[in-house]
Design a protein around this ligand. Structure first.
Ligand SMILES: *Cc1c(COP(=O)(O)O)cnc(C)c1O
Length: 360
C-alpha cells in the first residue's frame, strides 16, 4: 500500500449526502447560503475569533487581505513558506522584502526585521510555519512602533492557541487555508479573520464583487465566495477536528520515539502554545542525506514531501536577496507522512526504512 505525505480526511458519506439532500430541497447553491452562514458561525465559535469570512481558497484570502489594507510598496515577509505567501504579494503589486527565519522555530526572525525597514515599508507578512506561532509579541511591538500593518498567513495554524488565545487574534488580519491537504478542509476553501470592525466591513464587500444589494456597489471587489457544497464538507469535518488532532499528536509522538536515535532535528515549538500537529517536519544533516532517505522511502512506496522547498527568495520573479538560514533549512527539511488514517504499523515501517538507510 502506498503512503503519501498526507491523505485528505473524508467524513462518512451518509453525512455528506444528508447535507446534499438539503441543498437539493432548497436549490440554493452559492452566494452566502445557509450552510455557508452556519459554517462561518461554527468556525468563529470553534476558533474563538470575532470576524471570519469563508472564501474559496487560502490564496484569495491573502490577496483580499492585502487589498483591504491597501498595501502598496515594500512588505517584509518570510522566505520559508508556501509560494502563495510571496506570489500573492507580487500579484497585488507589492514588493516582497525577505527577512531570514529563526533557525529553531523556522518562523520570521523578529530580530532581523528592523534592519530591512525602509521609508517604503508598509507591512509585515509572516507565516506561522507548520502551525508554529511566530513571535507575535515581538512583531506586534515593531509594527506599532514603526507604524506597519501585519498579516499572518495562518494556513497551517487552524486551532492553534498562544497563551490560551487563538493565534488568529494577532495582527491586523490572519488568513487560513481549507485546502484538501490541510488539517481542517472544505475541499477548496479558506478564511479571512480580523478583530477590526471597519476592516471586516470592507472585506465583506470585497469578497462579493462589492455588491451592496443586487443593483448597487460599494467599492471594487472580487469573487471570493464559496459554495454550499464546500460548506457542507466543512460542517462534516469540523465536529471531528479535535479527534483528528488527537490522532496526529499520537502519530507525531510515535515518530519522536522511533527516530530519537537518528540525527534528525525538529523545529522548536513556541512556548505557551497549544499545537495542532499539522505537519511532521524533520531537519536532516545535509541535502545529500535527505535525497538518500527520500529515495529509499519512495522505493518502498512512501512519499514524503520537501516542504518548504525551494526557499522563496530564490524564485526568479523576486530580487535575489540573501536568506542563508532559510536556504539552508529548505534543502534539508523533509515532511514525513502524517494523517488521521495512518496506522501505527505504517509509522513503524517508515521509521525502519529511514533507520536502515542511515546505517548504510
Ligand atoms: C496552503 C497554503 C496556502 C494557500 O492556500 P490555498 O487554499 O491552497 O490557496 C498559503 N500559504 C500557506 C503557508 C499554505 O500552506
Amino acid at each position: 500500500m502506498n503512503i503519501n505525505v498526507t491523505k485528505s480526511y473524508l467524513p462518512p458519506l451518509e453525512e455528506y449526502v444528508e447535507y446534499l439532500a438539503g441543498i437539493w430541497d432548497r436549490v440554493y447553491l452559492t452566494n452566502a447560503g445557509p450552510l455557508v452562514v452556519e459554517l462561518e458561525k461554527q468556525l468563529r465559535d470553534y476558533l474563538g475569533v470575532k470576524h471570519l469570512f469563508f472564501v474559496n481558497n487560502g490564496t484569495i484570502a491573502l490577496q483580499i487581505a492585502i487589498k483591504a489594507l491597501e498595501l502598496k510598496g515594500e512588505v517584509i515577509t518570510t522566505p520559508f513558506s508556501y509560494v502563495a505567501t510571496t506570489s500573492s504579494l507580487v500579484w497585488e503589486g507589492c514588493k516582497p522584502v525577505f527577512v531570514d527565519i529563526d533557525p529553531e522555530t523556522l518562523c520570521l526572525d523578529p530580530k532581523l526585521i528592523e534592519a530591512s525597514i525602509t521609508p517604503q515599508t508598509v507591512a509585515i507578512m509572516a507565516t506561522h510555519v507548520y502551525g508554529n506561532p511566530c513571535d507575535v509579541e515581538a512583531i506586534e511591538e515593531i509594527a506599532k512602533r514603526r507604524n506597519l500593518r501585519v498579516i499572518y498567513d495562518a494556513a497551517h495554524a487552524f486551532g492553534v492557541t498562544y497563551k490560551n488565545n487563538s493565534v488568529l487574534n494577532y495582527g491586523d488580519i490572519s488568513t487560513l487555508s481549507f485546502h484538501a491537504t490541510k488539517l481542517f478542509h472544505t475541499v477548496e476553501g479558506g478564511a479571512i479573520v480580523t478583530n477590526d470592525d471597519e476592516l471586516a466591513h470592507k472585506i465583506s464587500y470585497m469578497r462579493n464583487f462589492g455588491h451592496n444589494g443586487p443593483e448597487a456597489f460599494w467599492g471594487v471587489g472580487v469573487n471570493g465566495k464559496s459554495s454550499e457544497f464546500h460548506a457542507a464538507m466543512g460542517l462534516c469535518v469540523l465536529p471531528r477536528v479535535n479527534e483528528l488532532i488527537r490522532r496526529r499528536k499520537e502519530i507525531s509522538e510515535q515518530y519522536d520515539r522511533l527516530l530519537a536515535h537518528t540525527p534528525f532535528a525538529r523545529p522548536r515549538i513556541h512556548n505557551e502554545t497549544k499545537y495542532n500537529y499539522s505537519y511532521y517536519p524533520t531537519l536532516l544533516p545535509s541535502e545529500e542525506v535527505l535525497l538518500k532517505v527520500r529515495d529509499a522511502l519512495i522505493a518502498e512506496g512512501i512519499t514524503p514531501r520537501r516542504y518548504f522547498y525551494p526557499s522563496l527568495n530564490t524564485l526568479d520573479y523576486t530580487d535575489k536577496q540573501p536568506a542563508p538560514v532559510s536556504e539552508d533549512v529548505s534543502v534539508r527539511v523533509l515532511c514525513l507522512p502524517l494523517y488521521y488514517g495512518l496506522e501505527d504499523a505504517d509509522v513503524e515501517r517508515i521509521c525502519a526504512v529511514i533507520v536502515e538507510t542511515l546505517q548504510d
